[in-house]
Design a protein around this ligand. Structure first.
Ligand SMILES: [Zn+2]
Length: 151
């Protein structure tokens, strides 16, 4: 019988390559570029597993990268936060991903209904196109909060 794989900190760390101060996951990545591993047929994300192993309480919270390197699983670069923190982080990193108010979300929905393209809505309202797509797919609710995390 095959012995179960013990996925402890050593398991994850032995599968990384240093890149500057980051420890970059050498296994598979999600579409969004996050580390991914499979456990009993279920996919898990490496940075969340490592954050948990390093003693962080990640239940119901997002795990953030201070280095903005999504494939990095260096515990030193991981912290937990709210979705709002994450958005703020992205702003600080110079990406156009500002906090979207319920008013804007209502506008996005109305424009989608009129058949406007996601890219045009993003341009018009000055918000990230991913946000528009998340609203369209129902990943984000009317208050802008993530309803169905994909990580
Ligand atoms: Zn890092």
């Amino acid at each position: 019988m095959r012995k179960p794989v013990v996925r402890d900190m050593a398991f994850f760390m032995s599968r990384t390559k240093p890149e500057g101060e980051c420890l970059v996951w050498q296994g598979s990545l999600t579409v969004a570029g996050y580390s991914r591993f499979v456990d009993m047929g279920k996919a898990g994300s490496g940075h969340r597993a490592v954050a948990r192993l390093s003693g962080l309480d990640i239940e119901g919270r997002v795990v953030r990268h201070s280095c903005h390197n999504r494939a990095c699983i260096n515990p030193e670069h991981l912290s937990v936060g709210t979705d709002a923190d994450n958005v703020k982080d992205m702003d600080n990193a110079g990406r156009r991903y500002r906090v979207v108010t319920p008013k804007t979300i209502a506008a996005v929905k109305a424009l989608l209904k009129e058949g406007m393209r996601q890219r045009d809505i993003s341009e018009l309202l000055g918000i990230n196109q991913r946000y528009v797509s998340e609203i369209k797919c129902g990943v984000r609710g009317d208050d802008g909060k993530i309803l169905k995390p994909w990580w």
